[in-house]
Design a protein around this ligand. Structure first.
Ligand code: SF4
Ligand code: SF4
Length: 189
């Protein structure tokens, strides 16, 4: 939903306006909620009322407690790569926020594309950028589990009769959403 432009029911508000302040921010601030970002559940044992989840927390390469989200590192980073959030319509840096309203409002360093030029380490006034960080095993004890799978978009490349990637005007619905979105790469133009 965060990637969509407007959603209908019933007011045609921007999706992010519906999602971000009343949902993402409230959840992050709720005293009884702990948000585990970049964390992938690898196993569930137990039963209703007493589940044990094993999970892996992937490295952010940015200290969550030190980063203030100022964005100086993103501005100075010379690397630009395909931006998954914008469905490839735009690019992002090797150290970046996936989108402007992200929760928590801090950056992540993409160690695969980072060329380790060192510019972001030097500019960060909080010493928040980590050169090394390992995956961490996480164990969680919970009473209930809600599974929200999300979705994967249709792979338009597989249906060659549509001419996707052969004709520039053939685009996917998600690419269209990012194009018309006021906070998307062409600012809605
Ligand atoms: S890592 Fe440092 S420079 Fe980058 S957003 Fe966080 S505080 Fe700012
Ligand atoms: S060290 Fe990596 S993330 Fe930092 S500015 Fe250089 S390329 Fe970008």
């Amino acid at each position: 939903m965060a990637q969509l432009d407007k959603t209908f029911p019933p007011t045609n508000d921007c999706s992010m306006c519906i999602l971000s302040p009343p949902k993402m921010v409230d959840v992050a601030r709720h005293p009884n909620v702990i948000v585990h970002t970049l964390t992938e559940v690898t196993g569930i044992t137990g039963d209703v009322g007493d589940f044990t989840l094993s999970a892996v927390r992937h490295p952010r390469y940015v200290d969550e407690n030190a980063c203030n989200g100022c964005g100086d590192c993103t501005d100075i980073c010379p690397v630009e790569v395909y931006n998954t959030f914008d469905a490839g319509v735009g690019v992002r840096k090797a150290i970046y926020k996936p989108h402007p309203q992200v929760v928590p409002n801090i950056t992540i360093r993409d160690a695969v594309h980072c060329i380790d030029c060192g510019l972001c380490y030097d500019i960060c006034g909080k010493d928040a950028i980590l050169r090394e960080e390992k995956e961490q095993e996480v164990t969680l004890h919970v009473a209930s589990v809600v599974i929200a799978t999300g979705y994967r978009t249709f792979d338009a490349e597989k249906k060659t009769t549509f001419g996707y990637l052969r004709h520039p005007d053939v685009i996917t619905s998600l690419e269209f959403e990012r194009l018309i979105n006021a906070s998307g790469p062409p600012a809605g133009r």
